[in-house]
Design a protein around this ligand. Structure first.
Ligand code: ZN
Length: 374
C-alpha cells in the first residue's frame, strides 16, 4: 500500500512542479505525506461535491487541477465555504494535492490533451512570457572555496532536475587578474598579474531564482569582484507553455470549428468570435483562461484560438486582428484534467501492484445556459 508521498511523486514525475507558473501553488497542500492510500479521487476543483465523493469512497487522497490553497491564508474560518472544506478534509484524513499550471504545460499534459481531443496534429508548445525560462549559471571560484559556493547554490534550489537535486558540474582552470589601485584582492598584489587555480562551477536554475542564487554566491565567494556568466537555455523540454499549436486534418470555417469543439469537448454551447477567415487550419489551444493569449496566437500565425474565459475586450481585439476564437468555457476546456490525473495514478498503480481504487469525479460547472439547450 503506497503512502500519500509516493502517489504524489508519480504525479510530479509526469507533471513536474518546476513547470508551474511562478505565481502558482502546486503540490501537496493539505494532509499527511506518510498516510497510507487505498482510494484516490481525481477532480477539477476541491468543492463540496468532490469532498463528498472522496468521503463516500473512503479516499485518503484527493487530487485536483485547481489548488485549494491559492492566496496566502490569513485565517481558516469554518463559517466560510473554503475554511469549511479545509476543516472537512483534515477531519476526514483526506490529503489534497494540486497539479495546476504544471499539468497544463507538461509535455503530456492538459494543453497537449486538449489539442489531441480536437484532432490536431504536429502539436507544438508555444512559449509565452509567464513561464520561467531556464538559465545556466557558471561561476568562477578559487578551488579553496568551490565546495562552499556549490553548497550555497544548491541550498537555494539551484541544480534541481526532475527528482535530482544538487546537480552541478565543475571543471578546473587558471584564472588571471591584475588588481588595480584601491582594490582589496583576496589573493595577489596590487599591480601584479595573479594566476589562481579556479573552478568553473555550473548549474541550472529557473530564471526567477537568479537573484537568490547570486546572493548565495556573494555570501560565500571570497572575491571582491565575482566573475560569473548567465545563459538562457533553449532545451525543448523547457519551452514551457500552456499553449499548443497544431493543424486540423482539413481547413474548416468558424461555424464548423465551433461544432467540432462543442462535439469533441462535450460542451453544449460555445461562444464564437469570428475573425473573418473561412480557412481555419492552424489552431492554438489554451486550456482554462486563455483570453490573454490572443496576441500570442496572432504572432504565432494561428488561424484560430480555442480556449475559455474570454473577456469582452479580448474578444474585440481578436476580431480586430482577424483571429477566430472559440470560447468553450474554463470548465469545458479543463475537464480533461480529471481523466489525465486519474489515468496517471491508475497506470502507476497497475505497474507497481498498488491496487489503488481511483475515481474520476468531474465537478459540475457553476454555469448553465439559459434557455436550456438540447
Ligand atoms: Zn483552470
Amino acid at each position: 500500500m503506497p503512502r500519500v508521498s509516493e502517489v504524489c511523486e508519480v504525479l510530479e514525475r509526469r507533471f513536474p512542479p518546476v513547470l508551474a507558473a511562478q505565481w502558482d501553488h502546486v503540490g501537496l497542500q493539505v494532509g499527511n505525506r506518510m498516510a497510507e492510500v487505498t482510494d484516490v479521487v481525481a477532480a477539477l476543483d476541491v468543492d463540496a461535491e468532490a469532498v463528498e465523493t472522496a468521503k463516500r469512497h473512503g479516499a485518503q487522497l484527493l487530487v485536483t487541477h485547481h489548488p485549494l490553497v491559492f492566496e496566502p491564508l490569513a485565517s481558516v474560518l469554518t463559517d466560510d465555504p473554503r475554511g469549511r472544506l479545509l476543516a472537512e478534509v483534515l477531519a476526514a484524513g483526506i490529503s489534497v494535492f494540486a497539479c495546476h499550471t504544471n499539468l497544463d504545460a507538461a509535455p503530456s499534459g492538459l494543453a497537449q490533451r486538449l489539442g489531441e481531443k480536437l484532432g490536431l496534429s504536429a502539436l507544438q508548445p508555444v512559449r509565452d512570457g509567464s513561464w520561467p525560462r531556464l538559465y545556466k549559471l557558471a561561476v568562477f571560484v578559487p578551488v579553496s572555496h568551490a565546495e562552499q559556493v556549490r553548497e550555497s547554490l544548491c541550498s537555494v534550489g539551484v541544480g534541481t532536475i526532475g527528482k535530482y537535486t544538487d546537480t552541478t558540474f565543475s571543471s578546473p582552470g587558471i584564472g588571471t587578474f591584475r588588481p588595480g589601485p584601491g582594490a582589496r584582492p583576496f589573493e595577489g598584489k596590487l599591480g601584479e598579474l595573479a594566476r589562481v587555480d579556479e573552478v568553473r562551477l555550473e548549474s541550472i536554475l529557473p530564471s526567477y531564482k537568479l537573484a537568490e542564487a547570486l546572493a548565495a554566491v556573494r555570501g560565500t565567494h571570497p572575491y571582491e569582484e565575482i566573475a560569473y556568466d548567465v545563459y538562457e537555455l533553449a532545451q525543448p523540454r523547457h519551452a514551457v507553455s500552456a499553449a499548443r499549436v497544431g493543424r486540423l486534418p482539413a481547413p474548416l470555417d468558424a461555424d464548423a470549428l465551433a461544432a467540432l469543439v462543442s462535439e469533441r469537448l462535450g460542451v453544449e454551447c460555445v461562444r464564437l468570435v469570428d475573425g473573418g477567415s473561412r480557412q481555419l487550419e492552424r489552431i492554438m489551444v489554451v486550456p482554462g483562461s486563455g483570453g490573454n493569449f490572443v496576441e500570442l496566437a496572432v504572432q504565432t500565425e494561428a488561424d484560430a484560438l480555442v480556449t475559455g474565459d474570454l473577456k469582452y475586450h479580448e474578444a474585440c481585439r481578436a476580431r480586430d486582428l482577424g483571429l477566430t476564437v472559440i470560447d468553450a468555457g474554463h470548465h469545458g476546456t479543463e475537464r480533461g484534467a480529471v481523466e489525465l490525473l486519474a489515468e496517471t495514478i491508475q497506470e502507476a498503480s497497475a505497474a507497481r501492484g498498488w491496487g489503488l481504487q481511483v475515481v474520476a469525479a468531474v465537478n459540475q460547472s457553476p454555469f448553465r445556459t439559459w434557455p436550456t439547450v438540447g
